[in-house]
Design a protein around this ligand. Structure first.
Ligand code: SF4
Ligand code: SF4
Length: 167
């Protein structure tokens, strides 16, 4: 692989600007990948592997990779990292870069639209199931509260997500 120092510098600058401040402290020990449920589930470009690519300046090359959307934000990687890299923040920094370039996975667009419309990223109509077990059909959440939904929409419209023109 040809080392392009300008690409490396630009990639690190972008990742740090998006919150991945510890990326350069990584020593590639792999402790984060060993505990990552996303890696175990088959998303290869998380934790150590993602950081390795980014430290080699491979940013645009990975823009369509969906692994970052498999991160569960569990922060196990952060707990075990001996270097204080906070790998989850690097993953999210990369994900923010992808989002800013509109490189979303289909599932993440769906969850954002659900969040905008109901206040829940994952939502299925609960009425029938609740009726069967004798519970009130509507949950006491934003899903059935128009005022709360409006507040969530206002927040999202005024967030960086709103600037992407998805809603
Ligand atoms: S926070 Fe994300 S990257 Fe870190 S261990 Fe959990 S799933 Fe993996
Ligand atoms: S645990 Fe920390 S130092 Fe080790 S590979 Fe992961 S981010 Fe790098």
């Amino acid at each position: 692989m040809i080392i392009d120092q300008n690409k490396i510098d630009e990639t690190i600058k972008i990742i740090k600007a998006n919150g991945g401040h510890g990326i350069q402290k990584c020593v590639q020990c792999g402790a984060c990948s060993a505990v990552c449920p996303g890696v175990k589930a088959g998303f290869p470009l998380l934790c150590r592997a993602l950081i390795k690519d980014l430290l080699n300046g491979l940013l645009e090359e990975n823009i369509e990779n969906s692994s970052s959307w498999g991160c569960q934000a569990c922060n196990r990687c952060t707990e075990v990292c001996p270097q204080g890299v906070r790998p989850q923040e690097v993953v999210f920094a990369f994900r923010r870069y992808q989002a800013n370039e509109l490189a979303f996975s289909t599932s993440s667009v769906t969850s954002q639209m659900n969040l905008y419309e109901t206040g829940h990223a994952v939502f299925t109509d609960p009425k029938e199931a609740r009726r069967k077990v004798g519970l009130p059909e509507e949950t006491p959440t934003s899903a059935f509260n128009e005022a709360a939904q409006q507040e969530i929409r206002t927040l999202m419209d005024n967030s960086p997500m709103g600037e992407l023109g998805l809603f």
